[in-house]
Design a protein around this ligand. Structure first.
Ligand SMILES: Cc1ncc(COP(=O)(O)O)c(C=O)c1O
Length: 459
């Protein structure tokens, strides 16, 4: 099949190929949510446009990977020029002017001494790099790594050891040099550091995404910094999802006036067009681990680390982020989104349990209906999928797409939470469209929402 054949596939044939060659089990969830009916023909700004010309408002934002929305013109133009100029891509023999510039820009965007950069192709890869760097810099006498309950750092084997999802950890044999603590609990961290001198590093998302958009108490972070300094523990801040301006600051940790020892970005760094991630570390830590010719290649860039087009895409993205004041927009419009959702929480206190987050990283938690769903509906729902039993988020997400042309996301661990991570270009009008749609949907009441969902599965 050719590229033209690929573009021309209809939904039915696409489903067949997905089932035959990609992930048959995943289709189950796509069908529950109605995703299997959509073939995206184009994507622009805040919208996907499907095969029927339907515009779907994107409040999912690729789990935070679409800061600029879809196909931002300046980024398309930079990529087009780069291709026409026949620039070089692979950066493992000669140095790359693009990788060097991107590393410079990232160091400029980063506070404190965070100025050594490793480029990879995904969040998991740069988190692997971060954990390996921390482990090597801590030294062989301090190999243990603290991580948090409900954490998500990726699905590759190394970072799975610090990812808390039972499902994802599965029956894999993971490294056992880890210690788990509750998220945001400085006493538990201190206790671990004090009682186990083998601990050399701690890995935390600054705001937990997969856990259900969970923030620690602001006082936790300065306390963590003090503890890390006192016990000589290296702090790795995973900013793959919450970083890159999403919360109104370049890094979420900047809200708390602290600087970690190592951090990582991915997702929006690639602007939705390139697969790129970056680990950014304090120079002294980097040099301790890989600073000599003998150690320099232990964890140097992989084949596709810092490829030309990925780097220039990220460079242009960083410039657009500042030129268009998107962090400020994320803060202002995010606050408006939270304000509108809080008003809905007051209007529907028996449906909405909590609204939380910062900027364009917002969680909407529904009440748990596992015990209170009317008895007639329970077996119907359980038949469709066990996971949906007590959770409105699947029903609401599916109906927002079907009836209101809006796409939202879910979280890895908390099935009662809808995750809202719209592109940072989002405007008040988009928030109004979303909040009005949610209001209209919730006004149907829980029983009708569940019935409408169940009916949608019969169509
Ligand atoms: C906080 C965090 N870290 C790491 C990752 C892994 O990133 P990737 O999916 O690019 O491997 C994710 C992905 O969702 C994430 O949210």
């Amino acid at each position: 099949m050719s590229v033209e054949d690929a573009k021309a596939l209809d939904v039915g044939r696409m489903t067949e190929l997905f089932k035959a060659h990609l992930n048959p089990g995943q289709l189950h969830f796509m069908k529950l949510l109605g995703f299997h009916r959509v073939k995206v023909e184009r994507a622009e700004g805040m919208y996907y446009i499907d095969q029927n010309g339907r515009k779907i408002l994107d409040f999912f934002g690729g789990f935070g990977s679409l800061a600029f929305g879809h196909n931002h013109p300046r980024i398309l133009e930079a990529r087009r020029r780069f291709q026409e100029e026949k620039r070089h891509e692979i950066a493992i023999a000669f140095m790359s002017q693009y990788a060097a510039t991107l590393a410079h820009n990232l160091a400029q965007c980063s506070p404190g001494d965070l100025d050594m950069v490793f480029l990879g192709s995904s969040g998991s890869e740069v988190m692997e790099a971060a954990v390996k760097l921390a482990e090597r810099a801590a030294g062989p006498k301090r190999p243990k790594i603290v991580y948090a309950e409900n954490s998500f750092h990726g699905k590759t084997k190394g970072v799975l050891a610090v990812t808390d999802g039972k499902l994802y950890r599965g029956e894999f044999r993971l490294t056992d040099n880890t210690v788990r603590v509750p998220f945001g609990d400085s006493e538990a961290v201190e206790n671990a550091f004090r009682t186990d001198p083998e601990i050399g590093a701690i890995v935390l998302e600054t705001i937990q995404g997969g856990g259900g958009i969970i923030e620690a108490d602001p006082a936790f972070w300065p306390a963590l910094r003090v503890l890390c300094d006192r016990y000589g523990v290296i702090w790795v801040a995973d900013e793959v999802q919450c970083g890159y301006g999403r919360t109104g600051r370049f890094y979420a940790f900047e809200h708390y006036g602290v600087v970690p020892d190592i951090t990582a970005l991915a997702k929006s760094l690639g602007t939705g067009k390139a697969a790129i991630g970056a680990m950014i570390a304090r120079r002294d830590i980097y040099m301790r681990a890989y600073g000599t010719p003998k150690t320099a290649m232990i964890h140097a860039m992989a084949t596709f680390g810092g490829t030309g087009e990925a780097c220039i895409t990220a460079i242009e993205g960083l410039n657009v982020l500042y030129d268009e004041a998107l962090m400020e927009n994320a803060e202002t419009i995010g606050a408006y989104l939270i304000e509108r959702l809080n008003a809905l929480k007051e209007k529907y206190p028996r449906i909405i349990k909590d609204v939380r987050g910062r900027g364009c990283m917002v969680g909407l938690e529904f009440q748990d209906f596992s015990q209170t769903l009317p008895a007639v509906l329970r077996p119907m729902v359980a038949m469709l999928d066990d996971k949906l039993k007590g959770s409105l988020s699947g029903f609401v997400g599916a109906l927002l797409l079907r009836d209101y042309d809006i796409l939202v996301a879910f979280t890895e661990y908390n099935r009662n939470v809808i995750r809202l991570e719209p592109p940072l270009i989002v405007g008040r009008e988009h928030v109004d469209t979303f909040a009005d749609a949610l209001d209209s949907l919730l006004s149907r009441g829980v029983v009708s929402i569940v019935r409408d969902f169940v009916k949608s599965q019969m169509d």
